[in-house]
Every structure is written in structure tokens, then in C-alpha cells.
Design a protein around this ligand. Sequence first.
Ligand code: GLN
Length: 487
Amino acid sequence: MTELNTKTIAELSDLLEKGKCTSVEIVRDVLAAIDGGDAEIGAYLTIDREAALAQAESADVARAAGRTGPLLGIPLAVKDLLNVKGQPCTCSSKILEGYTAPYDATAIARLRAAGAVFLGRVNMDEFAMGSSTENSAFKTTRNPWNTDCVPGGSSGGSAACVAADEAIASLGSDTGGSIRQPAAFCGCVGLKPTYGMISRYGLTAFASSLDQIGPIAKTVKDAAILLEALAGKDEMDSTSVDIDVPEFGKMLTGDHSLSGMKLGLPKEYFVEGMDPEVEKAVRAAVGHCQDLGAEIVDVSLPHAKYAIAVYYIIATAEASANLARFDGIRYGLRMEGADPIELYGKTRAAGFGPEVKRRIILGTYVLSSGYYDAYYLRAQKVRTLIRNDFVEAFKTCDALLAPVTPTPAYKIGEKMNDPLKMYLDDILTTPVNLAGICGLSVPCGFSGSGLPIGLQILGDSFKEENILKVGHAYEQTTDWHTRHPAK
Ligand code: GLN
């Protein structure tokens, strides 16, 4: 069998189950795709060939001994901010160059227990700050649909490797859109789970009240399989919630009817300045869901327009505190100094890139006495209003439909000198993180120039099953997900 790398988790686990391929063969095909294409795409920072092949071999042995499971022997890529024992974890920052993870993040431990294979580390914006992966200190990642364009960010490597068939699926993290936006730019499925659904233990913290780990995959079903393995209470993260994790992987069936579901269309999400091609594709997707039987209703999220301002206060405030630990003493880079203060200063000056510095300065400012009430406290209050809008909408709706981004992917370099323009791109994704709810990005069309467009499906807290159901029904009755970028 050839090109096993182009298949989905569900397809491969079926082939493995039937003895039609081995995990070693899958990993070999994926490694061949990386060797053939990643010099151009630049998704990977490091590839762990021997370890991946050894894990695949163990999975094959376990399967031969009677073990089963949808992730047994499936190779995945990991965003470079999740700790995988023995591998580097740089967060695409010079300050963590040379650092080796001493333990597995809970998300990784759970996938390892399920038999998944870890291929290596993929590129990201430094400390997950950005929307294009251009803030990586190490390399440029390109969009497989058009290599002049960005793959999105901050999980740009995680999306690009899946779109280029250089991994079967991947893990990313989403603080303000970093799973959904690159998934949309690269024509993949991206899931940002409810806050508390997946343990953050071992995820390098950017903004702790917003961060969530989630999958980037080729289909909604694959994302559901990964979510099921990842979700659930963890003693090591007190914000992880003790719920009975539904069998997400099994609940998506051949029934694609949406009848009985009420889907809301937030009017504030069709923003001024939005690319008409994006609006057209998303409105067509809404019509398609209606054809599948859903009732479409208009809803209003009046405070969504404040989301960018609130997000960039809260996220930077939390980042300024979280990043204080990178001081040259405990991790990675150290620049010598005459005393500790000089050592800290020199290390941080040399180790952090410009965007990270900008955010530390902003975050320190909004938390400083005299400005705390005016910015940080006020932002927290507006955050509650943003959340209340969703609570109100979900009283009548099962899910909401919206675009993921105002435009498709843009050219590399286009927004690098204008941080505010870059920040504005997060306008449709940040409200979900501020409210703590879940969101799914599913391919829903292409621009005239051949770039993917994403449909965002928003669900109430711990109602992942609703957004997965809508996403799966939409995906399986359209053919966007079957397209591949030209090689
Ligand atoms: N683009 C947003 C930011 O720069 C979101 C990043 C993220 O979700 N990690 O902060």
C-alpha cells in the first residue's frame, strides 16, 4: 500500500485492524513525505526518526498480541510547547534553546498510553504569540496551499504538517485562536476544547486562563478520536474538570441529519471589512446546514466587539507573569552577568524576540499599580459580559456558526510590521477563549486564488458533542476535506 500518510486516523486504524498495513509502514510513508516536502514547507523543528520507528514497532508488536485502539500506531506531530520527555521544547524561542523536557505533559502521556507515535516537534510563533508563525525564532513555515503565504499561527507548524500529509494529525494550543485559525488557513479541522476539558500540565503557559490544548486533524472524526483520548480530569491541573468523557470517537455516525438542531448566526461575526469570498463561503455553509435540517436563527453577541481589546490586556498580563520564570537560572539560555539582576536582564534581552518583549511590556503595564483598575480589572469585567452574551445565546441555540477569520491566508511578510493589524485578525476567535467555551474550525470552501476558508462552529461549555456533530454532518456531505494541496 502506498501513501499511507495521506489517510486519516479512522482509515488507518481500520487498515491496521484488518492487518492491511503496519504502523512501521505508516511512519515510513510519513517520514518520506517529510523528507520530500518539508524543506519547502518548514513545519518541523526536529524530527525524531529512530524513536518514532521504535514506537511504531512496539505498536505493531502490541497489536499482534491482541491490543486494539484507534490511536495505536498512529504518528502525530507535536507543537513545540508541549513537553515530551527527552525531546527539546523550545516554544520556538532562543531562550529555551538546548532545553530538554524532563517529563511528559499529561496530554502526551495520555496519547502515549493510547499507543500514539510521536514524530517530532513542529514550529510555532514564539511562546504562541502571533497569528502567522512568523514570530518563530528559528524558521519560516509556509502554507502548503500556496508557499508564498503564511500557514497561520501560532500553531502554524501543526496545521501545515497535517495539510502537507507530513503527519496524520497533530496537537496545537489555542489561547486566542491558535488552533482554529491555522486550521482554517491550511484547510484542516481544528478543535479548541472547552476550558478545563484537557489538562494543561506540561503545556508551556502563555495565558493560563485562556490556554487549551487541542487537535488539528484531517477530519472531524479524527479530531473527536483525539479529544476522547485527551480529555478528562488530571490531578496535576486543578483547572481540569471532572466530567464523564463521552465516547466522542464513536458518536459520529453515518446519520448526517441536523434536524432538531437550532444553530445561531451571530450578526456581529460578519464584520465590516471582511473578505467577500469568506462571507460567501460561510453563508453557503450556513445554507447547507439548513438543508441538512437545522433551524437557523439570528443571535446577537453585543460585547464581542470588545474581545480584541480585552484579550490583549488579559493575555499580555498573564504572559508577563508566566514568562517571568525564564530568567537564565532555571531553563535554557544563560547570559552571564556581574550579579543576578544583570544576568536576568542580559538573558531575557538576548533570549526573547520582539513580539514577546512587546507583550511582556504591555502586560506589566496593565498590571502596574495605578493602571490595574483602568485596564486589567476593567478587562476582566468586560470578559464577563462577553461570556454572558454566549450564555444567553446558548439558552436557545445548540451551536453558533461563524467565519474563523476575516480573510484567507495572506502573504509572508505582509503584516509583520503592523502588529495591530495582526491582532485584529483574531477578532472572530478570541471571544471563544475569553468565554471558555469550545470552537471547531472546518473547511468550507476556497478563495478564487485557491486558499482554504474555514467555518467556525461554536458550542457551549462541555458541549463538544454538538459542534462535532454539526461539523461532521457538514463535512461528510461536502467534499472540501477531500482536497489536497498540489505537491
Ligand atoms: N493570535 C493570538 C495571539 O497572538 C492568539 C495566539 C494563540 O492562540 N496562542 O495572541
